[in-house]
Design a protein around this ligand. Structure first.
Ligand code: HEC
Length: 255
């Protein structure tokens, strides 16, 4: 009788084999105590470097850095000539005079308040020749101060003739400004962009604010300005040369 089993092909699994493959595999995967003691094999590129190579590199870097630092100017960042000594820093007290003529004090303060206006009227007060009128050479600036103050506080609705040209736009109100700020910005545009030679005192600016507060709020017009406000502001006029404290803007005795 011929054997019913096919001749065994060594490349095929022997299906009659009774070995428990799962169990055999789990035996293989178990780590023996000896295996656990073994040093793990590092991944390629992460092998530990020889101590000698490390020490040799350290010595080369140390000696090389020393030679370069001592010999050359490679690490010299001092831009000053040799016997340079740093000057004393100016103390806070030296930042400028703290007292001076009121014209100077108000102009200086007014310059910073003018930042509110320069976006439209330009940093030199020359306007843009089109939409925004100039403050240089404008009668509205150099003329009666009550008119000027009411334009600034209330804003203005055109038309208005400035230096021979008619503008018909809208200026938004610049209030709230306190009396010192209003006096400062008025003094600034009257003397920096024009040469009026007089200041607007804080007392005069305060009376302008009272007039503004008594008025029904809203943009003012040239018609209303001419009818009600074509005069100089009341209040004591201060000599532009009066010495004041730059901080308080109050008269101060010269040092
Ligand atoms: C948003 C733009 C704008 C700002 C900000 C502005 N103005 Fe004006 N200003 C105008 C326009 C526009 C007119 C003309 C309005 C019109 O046509 O009626 C004008 C007119 C004037 C006038 C009268 C006309 C002239 O040129 O003399 C004065 C004075 C003036 N502004 C001063 C100021 C001052 C001072 C400030 C800042 C505290 C200021 N303005 C801020 C747009 C502005």
């Amino acid at each position: 009788m011929a054997d019913s089993r096919q001749p065994v092909d060594p490349r095929r699994p022997d299906l009659e084999d009774s070995t428990n493959v799962v169990k055999e595999h789990s035996n293989l995967l178990e780590t023996s105590a000896a295996q656990a003691r073994e040093k793990r094999i590092a991944e390629t590129g992460m092998e530990p470097i020889s101590l000698w190579v490390f020490l040799a590199s350290a010595i080369v870097l140390l000696v090389g850095g020393g030679v370069l630092g001592a010999g050359g100017k490679l690490f010299s960042y001092n831009p000053h000539p040799q016997d340079y000594t740093r000057p004393e820093f100016a103390s806070d007290a030296d930042t400028g005079p703290t007292i001076g003529p009121v014209l100077e004090a108000l102009t200086k303060r007014g310059k910073s308040i003018y930042a509110k206006c320069s976006g439209c009227h330009g940093s030199t007060g020359s306007g843009d020749g089109n939409q925004f009128p100039p403050l240089t050479g404008s009668d509205w600036v150099t003329g009666n101060t009550e008119r000027l103050a009411q334009i600034i506080l209330n804003g203005l609705s055109g038309p208005i003739n400035v230096a021979g040209k008619t503008y018909n736009g809208i200026m938004p109100p610049q209030a709230p400004l306190n009396a010192a700020e209003l006096a400062a910005v008025m003094t600034f545009i009257r003397n920096e962009f024009n040469d009026v030679g007089e200041i607007v005192s804080i007392e005069q600016a305060a009376s302008a604010i009272e007039i503004y507060q008594a008025r029904t709020p809203g943009l003012i017009t040239v018609k209303e300005l001419n009818a009600n406000h074509d005069k100089m502001l009341e209040g004591e006029a201060l000599d532009p040369a009066t010495i004041v404290d730059f901080e308080t803007l109050k008269p101060a005795a010269p040092e």
